[in-house]
Design a protein around this ligand. Structure first.
Ligand code: BES
Ligand code: MN
Ligand code: ZN
Length: 492
């Protein structure tokens, strides 16, 4: 674990010195002091390397003198705006993580940007290594102390507080999504939700008995093939100011702890990826931790449906008809279209119980969204333009991009069933859209309109390569986005 510190500028006696530099920079303050102590080797080195401070540019100078083992320059671009500063923070991490100590000269940045720089570094420094028992010491990060030298350490610390809580939420999500499926069963995942109680979140866990009583026929149909019992968890954070009468905001997540496809079984190749079919739920849990951790001034509820989708003698069959909590019946054509079945019951429950201001669900719902959007954007489906715009803007601000997809009656017709109210698949054309149409049938009712958005994160929940602030593996896509949505529009 690395300590992140905010301190007044002093030249380090050893280890690494990091210089975040904007285009057209000249070495000043700590950087100039270091350069003088190194007889000008830093300025000469940067010049020789062609380092100009451009966005994405970096340069390591080894042992330039004055007992420093390295000086790392990181480009901030021309404007040094928040996104570039955050990315620079991410970029500096792998360049110094082999040092026990590093000092970052952040004197040229305003306090909020100093915190942003640290945030980028912290997000990039995430590792899931609990199952490595034989890792060589030289392969592990050694950084115990990362100090940001600033003219306003107190203000930087204050700005760091909420960001640090958000990073904690992101890490909780990444941990959950990274866990292997033999460890992270629905019951275990519900148990991890209980951990949020220490942040002041109220946590209720419903088991199969309670869900049977409620009539969760769709969720229980998915769960019935597994030896693992399903759970639904309801998390509540009450942070709105006293006397606030606003309804809570609601986040709902798909939590399939492993998706074999069930009787409509998936091919073997790559099936291990289906351990992260609980990423929607993992994101909701991390989001609740972030909101509570930074004491967001909002009432928020998070609901997750946790099941394992397995084939067995008790598994549901293609052709089964299940009765959902809403009363609507579903003909299960393909047992691999299970996420929408789980969400159907949880969405209906969330709206009925909480009458929320809006609902956003997250799910690794369809392979088709990866075909449509690749790994760059998550699919956004919404019955409300204002909510859709707020989400898109929040995503752009934090670098978790959304792309809105259409909904409409013509797509809805694709899920008509010959014997029930609907079927759970609509054929190959528009596969992500018909999945969203299915969900929408559990949102809109005669009584009224709840603003709702569905984020299909199948293409963005897991990364196969590093990016600035997201090491490869579980991304926690959605935690920052939804935290930002709340911060920008629903607090106070
Ligand atoms: N969990 C999958 C979707 C998925 C696929 C997520 C690849 C991440 C990567 C989902 O439950 C599923 O199996 N969807 C089917 C739907 C089909 C049967 C209509 C799919 O996308 O193939
Ligand atoms: Mn599936
Ligand atoms: Zn699935």
């Amino acid at each position: 674990m690395t300590d992140f510190l905010f301190v007044k500028a002093t030249l380090p006696k050893a280890g690494a010195l990091v210089l975040p530099l904007a285009e057209g920079f000249s070495l000043s303050g700590l950087a100039a002091e270091a350069d003088a102590a190194c007889q000008g080797a830093i300025a000469r080195g940067l010049e020789a390397a062609g380092f100009k401070g451009k966005k994405g540019q970096s340069c390591t100078l080894w042992a330039p003198g004055a007992h420093l083992s390295r000086v790392v320059a990181i480009g901030l671009g021309a404007a040094a705006e928040a996104a570039a500063v955050e990315a620079a923070g991410g970029a500096l991490w792998p360049l110094v993580s082999a040092e026990p100590e590093a000092v970052v000269d952040a004197a040229a940045l305003e306090a909020p940007l100093v915190a942003t720089l640290a945030f980028g570094a912290r997000l990039r420094g995430y590792r899931f290594d609990k199952y490595r028992t034989r890792e060589a010491a030289e392969d592990k990060p050694k950084l115990v102390r990362l100090a940001f030298a600033t003219t306003a350490p107190e203000a930087a610390k204050a700005a760091w507080q909420p960001l640090s809580a958000i990073a904690d939420g992101v890490f909780l999500t990444r941990d959950l999504v990274s866990e292997p499926p033999n460890v992270l069963t629905p019951a275990e995942m519900a148990e991890r939700c209980k951990g949020l109680e220490k942040l002041g979140v109220q946590v209720e866990i419903l088991g199969p008995k309670e869900m049977r009583k409620l009539g969760f026929g769709a969720l229980l149909g998915v769960a019935q093939g597994s030896a693992q019992e399903p759970r639904m968890v309801v998390m509540r954070w009450k942070g709105a100011p006293q006397g606030s009468t606003a309804a809570p905001v609601a986040f709902i997540g798909k939590g399939v702890t492993f998706d074999t496809g069930g009787i409509s079984i998936k091919p073997a190749g790559g099936m291990e990826d289906m351990k992260w079919d609980m990423a929607g739920a993992g994101t909701v849990i991390g989001l609740m931790a972030a909101l509570a951790g930074r004491k967001a001034k909002v009432d928020a509820v998070g609901l997750v449906g946790l099941v394992e989708n397995m084939p067995s003698g008790t598994a549901q069959r293609p052709g089964d008809v299940v009765t959902t909590y809403s009363g609507q019946t579903v003909e299960v054509i393909n047992t691999d279209a299970e996420g929408r079945l789980v969400l159907a019951d949880v969405l209906w429950y969330a709206r009925e119980r909480f009458q929320p201001r809006f609902m956003v669900d997250l799910a690794t719902l369809t392979g088709a969204i990866i075909i449509a959007l690749g790994h760059e954007h998550a699919g956004l489906f919404a019955n409300d333009d204002a909510l859709s715009q707020q989400l898109t803007a929040a995503g752009a601000a934090v670098g978790e991009k959304l792309w809105r997809m259409p909904l409409g009656d013509a797509y809805d017709k694709q899920i008509k069933s010959d014997i029930a109210d609907m079927k759970n698949v609509g054929g190959r054309p528009g596969g992500s859209i018909t999945a969203a149409q299915f969900l929408q049938r559990f949102i809109d009712t005669k009584e009224g309109h709840t603003p709702w958005a569905h984020l299909d994160i199948a293409g963005t929940a897991w990364a196969t390569k590093d990016s600035a602030t997201v090491p490869k593996g579980a991304t926690a896509f959605g935690v920052r986005l939804l935290d930002r949505l709340v911060a920008d529009h629903y607090e106070g």
